[in-house]
Write a protein that binds this ligand. Structure first.
Ligand code: SOE
Length: 381
């Protein structure tokens, strides 16, 4: 029996546009989903480039004005994968047009913007989800299962870092296509929203709400040339930000993100220490979960390196035979599959836009604390 079709309108066709498009194409092949996503339209400002993307990925049409895409009656889902400064306007307009809305992380450039987006989708009552994809790495989902089963016992510590090194050169310009993440007006902030936000979203999911934070932050390169205008401008983003946290469950958090850790390209790791057991996960070895259980017989006790590829591990029965790994792009496929199932069941799994707002409350509090030098309470959304 043929499945109901769900027409996708994608705004933005950079790195994330590719990751999302690949996921729409694969989800119905590997998962028993109730809808078939149809690549109906892609939107980008440059006609030649958006049409090239349309051809490569098999979209039925291309638009150069996102407003036209949002108004189209044949679009069911608007996927916002454009730079951060466009998220609020497009997501709010899409909600007001009654579309389901998916949005790349971070939801807004700050919590105020995210709050407006949340209000719009909740007022319109439309399904919504933020692309915090690391929740859907099978090993991270397994960590969630182990914690939910109470295997770690009382949690004492949550430690996470996301390290990169691609902005160390002082000659790297800011702004423009591939470099908008360095321009504060477009990105909102630097590593706080781009990298720490991933650590915070995972932590909220695995360890619950934050109570308060205290942070340090710096901008190592103070001025950069703008890639489009050539003008040398002050850099407004945070290059490196670290913070300590108190969680509502009483555990202590320790977080760091930087683009100045020479040698590290995307080292996202977290470690959780509980009374009974601990877990460690590392994006560079994303199919493994390290697990230590103090209740094991003492002569055999030690860190287990679980190869998360078995059919009873999260998501894995949909892929290959046990022992064969999957990777980064599959996290987006999982997100689409979960979204489609949630749509049919009338309950979209997280992270919702309200969850995205919770992350932005934390990153705003972190940046406030870095400025003030004092502990900041984290509001609950
Ligand atoms: C930045 O380099 C970046 O691409 C982030 O924007 C992504 O969210 C992260 O997953 C990988 O790094």
């Amino acid at each position: 029996m043929s499945k109901a079709r769900l027409n996708i309108g994608l705004v933005g066709h950079g790195f994330m546009g590719r990751a999302h498009s690949n996921a729409y194409r694969k989800a119905a092949n590997f998962f028993d989903v109730p809808y078939e996503p149809v690549l109906k339209a892609v939107c980008g400002r440059n006609r030649r480039r958006v049409e090239a993307f349309q051809q490569t990925w098999g979209y039925e049409s291309a638009e150069t004005d996102w407003r036209k895409l949002v108004e189209r009656r044949d679009i069911n889902v608007v996927d916002v994968a454009s730079p951060n400064d466009t998220h609020a306007e497009i997501a709010i307009a899409a909600a007001q047009s009654g579309k389901a809305v998916l949005c790349e992380k971070p939801l807004g450039r700050n919590a105020a913007e995210s709050k407006a987006i949340v209000e719009a989708v909740e007022k319109a009552g439309v399904p919504n989800m933020v692309w915090y994809n690391y929740r859907r790495v099978p090993a991270v989902a397994l960590a969630k299962e182990l914690i939910s089963e109470g295997r770690l016992g009382r949690i004492f510590h949550y430690r996470a870092k996301f390290l990169q090194d691609w902005t160390i050169s002082k000659d790297l310009p800011q702004g423009g296509e591939a470099l908008w993440r360095l321009e504060v007006q477009v990105a909102g902030n630097g590593v706080a929203g781009d990298l720490l936000a991933h650590c915070v979203d995972t932590a909220l999911w695995l360890n619950g709400s934050f109570d308060s934070v205290i942070a340090v932050s710096d901008t190592f390169i103070k001025e950069r040339r703008h890639s489009l205008t050539g003008e040398v401008r002050k850099v407004g983003i945070d290059d490196a930000t670290a913070f300590l946290a108190r969680f509502v469950n009483g555990s202590l958090g320790n977080f760091e993100a930087t683009r100045y850790a020479r040698g590290h390209k995307a080292l996202y790791t977290f470690e959780i220490n509980g009374e009974e057991a601990s877990i460690i996960w590392d994006l560079h070895d994303l199919h493994r979960l390290q697990y230590f259980d103090h209740r094991d017989e003492s002569k055999l006790r030690g860190w287990r390196s679980i190869h998360v590829t078995d059919s009873d591990h999260p998501y894995m029965k949909h892929w290959w035979v046990p022992g064969l790994q999957i990777g980064y792009e599959h996290t987006f496929v999982h997100q689409v599959a979960d979204f489609l199932c949630g749509l049919a069941e009338g309950s979209i799994p997280g992270p919702s836009f309200r969850d995205g707002l919770a992350t932005d409350y934390v990153t705003d509090a972190v940046l406030d604390s870095a400025r003030s030098g004092i502990w900041q309470k984290v509001p609950t959304p």
